[in-house]
Design a protein around this ligand. Structure first.
Ligand code: FNR
Length: 411
């Protein structure tokens, strides 16, 4: 295999992808890969408890240190050169905050109402497939953290814990993320099970047309991982429909993919008829698709490029948000995820019209580093930082954050 030029590993060259891997992994070949033991003990971070972390990014190197290479590679990875992963975060610099000074901050409140439920923060935990790759307590630890912080949890189709157990640990209705597979009977069974256990929304992910994905960073990380995958992955299979507890007991013999080959408006219509609760469409990045999704029954949209994991568009979700909000014209809530690492990032999305922000990798970093307290600390940091910028900007409530609070950066 051709050795690649190592890239400098700066603290902000983060957010996943090759840049986040130790240079040795990037250069690794099958022959000279360092052993996992060497990698685990590289650059031990000085933080020993979740409370010591200053910002969300502190958890990424801790996760890297805690995880075997293949699992961290899976978490960090994007596609091609991993540029869209980084772009998602870098693009927040396209927007500057206009801070207003003469505001009454005596009644300060970061909460918001989503689908009639009050959230303490405009933040939710997005779907992150099989969390057991990151911590033995997996989705249960995440759900308990979501419970103590009263955050909405979107559970992946590929979650490594049965959804009923996660719902019980969360103590409130989940949003069930949906990979429908290419067998409608399986789609129906997933939706029914999710709704039976009390999920109030089904979030159809529409951003993964090319399957299977080819994630080079993951493949390189796997080369650096000499462990025997079969210890955890039964029969060394990674296919979600064969291992996810949500699909356990279903006849998946006809399933060949996580999604139909084409997700058409007709497919949305069919799903709309099936779903009794709310239907979210996750993975919208254009105004045209936003309009189509609403015409075909979506109750809400998630502006998302899957954290840059599926396509190298080089377009950050925060840059897609304004056209989606414009196309929606207030008819439905617009959520967004991708690269949110600071309270100011959340603030900017709210100012550009988002109803709430999802996080993917940061919850997994917190989980990998410290389990439930790590996820809680990640949430608390976002809450603190959002509170700071809301005060500084003169916006005492989420509703008071408007387009007047941001300006497109010059140049
Ligand atoms: C994801 N994401 C994801 N999305 C989804 O709809 N179903 C899924 O099963 C998964 N699985 C998954 C695994 C891992 C390891 C990651 C990092 C992400 C995407 C996720 O919900 C979200 O869109 C992005 O992660 C948001 O970007 P950030 O916050 O990770 O930058």
């Amino acid at each position: 295999m051709r050795a690649r030029q190592p890239r400098p590993l700066t603290r902000r060259a983060f957010c996943g992808g090759l840049a986040a891997l130790p240079a040795a992994w990037a250069e690794a070949t099958a022959d000279d890969a360092p052993s996992p033991a060497q990698l685990f003990h590289r650059d031990p971070p000085p933080i020993t408890s979740a409370a010591q972390a200053l910002d969300v990014m502190d958890f990424e190197p801790l996760a890297r240190a805690a995880l075997p290479p293949a699992h961290f590679g899976y978490l960090a990875t994007g596609v091609d050169d991993d540029r869209t992963v980084a772009r998602n975060h870098e693009a927040f610099s396209h927007y500057e905050i206009r801070a207003h000074r003469f505001a009454d901050l005596s009644r300060f409140d970061t909460s918001c109402v989503v689908f009639g439920t009050r959230w303490p923060l405009p933040l939710y935990l997005s779907a992150v497939s099989g969390m057991r790759a990151f911590h033995p307590e997996a989705e249960l630890a995440v759900a308990r953290a979501a419970r103590t912080r009263s955050l909405q949890l979107m559970l992946s189709t590929g979650a490594s814990t049965a959804p009923e157990q996660v719902a019980e640990a969360r103590g409130a209705p989940l949003w069930q993320q949906l990979y429908p597979t290419d067998d409608w009977q399986v789609t129906e069974a997933i939706v029914r099970r999710a709704e039976t256990m009390g999920s109030t929304a089904i979030a159809l992910t529409v951003d993964g047309a090319a399957e299977p994905r080819v994630n080079e960073t993951l493949k390189r990380a796997m080369l650096a991982d000499s462990r025997e995958c079969t210890a955890c992955h039964v029969n060394n299979r990674h296919d979600m429909w064969l291992k996810a507890p949500l699909l356990a007991g279903l006849d998946v013999s006809r399933v060949t993919r996580l999604r139909p080959p084409s997700v058409t408006p007709e497919f949305l219509d069919r799903l709309r008829k099936l779903v009794r609760g709310r239907l979210l469409i996750k993975g919208i990045v254009t105004g045209e698709d936003a309009a189509t999704a609403l015409e075909h029954g979506a109750d809400a949209l998630v502006v998302s490029n899957h954290g840059g994991r599926n396509e190298e568009t080089l377009r950050a979700t925060i840059d897609s948000l304004p056209e989606v909000v414009a196309a929606v014209r207030g008819r439905a809530p617009v959520f967004i995820d991708g690269g949110f690492r600071r309270g100011t990032d959340i603030f900017k999305a709210l100012a550009l019209g988002a109803a709430g922000v999802g996080i993917g990798r940061p919850q997994a970093w917190g989980l990998a580093a410290f389990g439930q307290p790590g996820v809680e600390a990640v949430i608390d940091i976002y809450a603190r930082e959002l509170g700071v910028i809301m005060r500084q900007a003169g916006t005492p409530t989420v509703a008071s954050i408007t387009a007047a609070q941001v300006v497109r950066a010059a140049g």
